[in-house]
Design a protein around this ligand. Structure first.
Ligand code: FES
Length: 364
């Protein structure tokens, strides 16, 4: 970035004052800020001074400082910082600010500078012979996506080629600058892709029914469950209970179902079926069927209701009989999974001791 200094004394006018409508504009800007905060209007006032004079003179800086009650150095800091303020006379019809920062440089700003040198002057900040055009190189102007670009006063001209910049300069020189299209100089809308949109071109409509049954709600529910560890969820008591129920759902349901089966089995299998195990009358000392893993007090009552009271009875069940009992209890194979027959054989043969010998653990 070039060093920004005030122009030589020889070109500085002796005085400055806002004239005509500019005086009213300046007052309007100052009035926008609270009393004691008038200095916030420093940038708008310097811009107005530049519009009136064509550049920011030393006299204008002093005048603005006085109007806003600011130290002169504070206004000088602002005027010399921003490249939008011209500190010396520039072309009366156009001052071309060519962005030379990396994106614009990679996209051809060097060629744009060549055009300026050829059409205006070999050196920046020098006007052409008629004093109507000048140019300089500036840092990024914030339009990198449409690089390379130039600023001419308040407007940006983007997606430039050397040829297009040459045309633009000619139009300003001809006094038709106001008619030149600003922004992208190619088939691009603002900073959208060149030639039109390339993505999100299809409108997707979600059908209400689809949302309810689709995978998304399932995934959302899964994610929701995953992000609340059941043991550590810091929720109100009621909510914690609900969450715990929801997470433990399948297990709790299975337990509930087993208890239900033990309590009130639904007789899907016919009691008259030939595969129903043979019943006996209740002996004086029935076996404790609860020693069979998987049989609880209620289930024992159901078995007793079917005329089954001893380990020997269970130990004698053949496949068809086991299936009948399993179906009657709606166990879905649990009798074989828990191997009631093997357990009952051990218990029938030698009671607890035999059970421990066979299974290596105490029954229930
Ligand atoms: S690099 Fe040129 S506008 Fe940002």
């Amino acid at each position: 970035m070039s060093v920004r200094r005030l122009a030589q004394e020889s070109v500085q006018p002796a005085s400055f004052a806002f004239k005509g409508g500019m005086k009213g504009e300046a007052k309007k800007w100052i009035a926008k800020y609270p009393k004691g905060r008038e200095q916030s209007a420093v940038i708008p006032l310097l811009m107005l001074a530049q519009e009136q004079e064509g550049w920011v003179t030393k006299a204008a800086i002093e005048n603005v400082a006085e109007m806003l009650g600011m130290p002169l150095i504070r206004v000088l800091e602002v005027a010399t910082f921003y490249t939008q303020f011209q500190l010396q006379p520039v072309g009366t019809k156009a001052h071309i600010q060519v962005c030379g920062t990396t994106p614009c440089m990679l996209r051809g700003s060097g060629e744009l500078i060549r055009v300026c040198k050829e059409k205006i002057h070999a050196e920046p900040f020098h006007t052409n012979e008629s004093g109507t055009l000048s140019w300089e190189e500036v840092e990024c102007q914030g339009a990198c996506v449409n690089a390379p670009m130039v600023m001419i006063f308040k407007d940006a001209y983007e997606d430039l080629t050397p040829e297009r910049l040459a045309e633009i300069i000619d139009e300003f020189e001809a006094g038709k600058g106001a008619a030149v299209k600003t922004g992208p100089q190619i088939d691009r809308v603002f900073s959208a892709p060149e030639g039109g949109a390339l993505t999100l071109k299809t409108e997707i409509t979600v059908k209400p029914g689809k949302t309810a049954k689709g995978a998304a709600p399932k995934a959302a529910a899964k994610a929701e469950a995953a992000k609340v560890p059941p043991a550590k969820a810091a929720k109100p008591k009621t909510a914690a209970i609900e969450t715990s129920k929801a997470i433990k759902g399948p297990k709790a349901e299975a337990k509930k179902s087993a208890a239900k089966n033990e309590a009130a089995p639904v007789a899907l299998a016919s009691l008259d079926d030939k595969n129903r195990p043979a019943a006996i009358a209740k002996p004086a000392q029935p076996d404790d069927l609860k020693l069979i893993s998987g049989v609880g007090p209620k289930l024992e009552g159901v078995l007793n209701g079917l005329g089954i009271f001893t380990f020997a009875q269970v130990a004698s069940w053949k496949k068809a009989e086991r299936d009948w009992v399993d179906g009657y209890l709606k166990f879905k194979g649990r009798i074989d999974r828990d191997d009631w027959v093997k357990q009952a054989k051990a218990l029938a043969k030698g009671g607890r001791d035999e059970y421990v010998r066979v299974f290596g653990k105490e029954p229930r």
